[in-house]
Write a protein that binds this ligand. Structure first.
Ligand code: HPA
Length: 267
């Protein structure tokens, strides 16, 4: 049943877009403008794709944009859905499985985070080295889709080491400051309590957010290479008097774009 829905969505997209992308990006809060970099862009609103979840969150446009970046075919998901919006884990992962059926082998995911690591500052970029998931639900619960991957799968290199190595190299060449750390996935929509943030820090988390992990689980299960990039919009709860949310700065957006373009040019 799920497979049938996924196939329908993939067939619908294939009919609308000319390219056959192997690289996809899921753009989180604040980064939607990345899609403007695509040449020969074709835009498909999620509402026109059967089964695709439509985001209710602000700044999430809810459209798929396919085109070329530096000549390479790329597909961009402008906007995602979150667990706190009421979607199931499978609904959140749905677009990733559709990307898999489109032939995508490398997935970039971006998001906004609160910084837990006291060496981090608001405005920092962090590539994700690993994650901690704090609730039991997962998109892979239920019957395994063997065509995608095995029932039990390895998460020890979920955030592809070779892509992180490439990012370090490109960031250095472009003089882009880049942290590397562990992402803690919390359900939201509330920000965490100061005690929760102290717990997360003790457990080794560097930043906290409310997205990304369900998509990454589906991608890793499907054998995709994954790169995660986070923007620190605020220091996490309890570090400063109150949570002050910074919108994406122009510098951060420019750094994001430059780093991702440089990486895509080389993969
Ligand atoms: N907590 C959880 N998610 C977030 C935060 C935070 O402090 N900032 C941005 N996304």
């Amino acid at each position: 049943m799920l497979m049938q829905k996924l196939t329908q969505a993939a067939e619908c997209i294939k009919k609308k877009i000319a390219v056959r992308p192997e690289i996809a990006l899921i753009l989180g809060t604040g980064l939607g403008s990345f899609a403007e970099l695509l040449e020969d862009a074709v835009t498909v609103p999620y509402s026109e794709i059967p089964g695709f979840p439509v985001s209710t969150a602000p700044y999430h446009k809810g459209q798929l944009v396919a085109g070329r970046l530096g000549g390479k075919p790329v597909v961009v998901l402008q906007g995602r859905v979150h667990y706190y919006e009421g979607y199931s884990m499978q609904e959140i992962a749905f677009p990733v499985w559709v990307l898999k059926l489109l032939g995508v082998t490398t997935l970039f995911v971006t998001n906004a985070v609160g910084a837990i690591n006291l060496d981090y500052r608001v405005g920092d970029l962090m590539m994700i080295s690993d994650h901690i998931k704090f609730f039991n639900d997962t998109p892979l619960r239920g019957e395994n889709i063997d065509e995608f991957g095995p029932r039990f799968f390895d998460m020890s290199k979920a955030y592809t080491p070779a892509l992180r190595e490439l990012a370090r190299k490109k960031a250095e060449a472009l003089s882009i400051p880049l942290k590397e750390g562990v992402y803690a996935y919390m359900s939201g929509p509330n920000y965490e309590t100061p005690a929760e943030i102290r717990m997360l820090r003790t457990l080794g988390a560097d930043a906290v957010g409310m997205s990304t992990v369900p998509e990454v689980l589906a991608a890793v299960h499907g054998g995709m290479r994954v790169f995660g990039l986070s923007f620190c919009t605020n220091m996490a709860a309890g570090i400063e008097k109150e949570i002050q949310h910074l919108d994406f700065t122009k510098v951060a957006v420019d750094h994001f774009k430059a780093l991702i373009c440089a990486m895509i040019a080389e993969i």
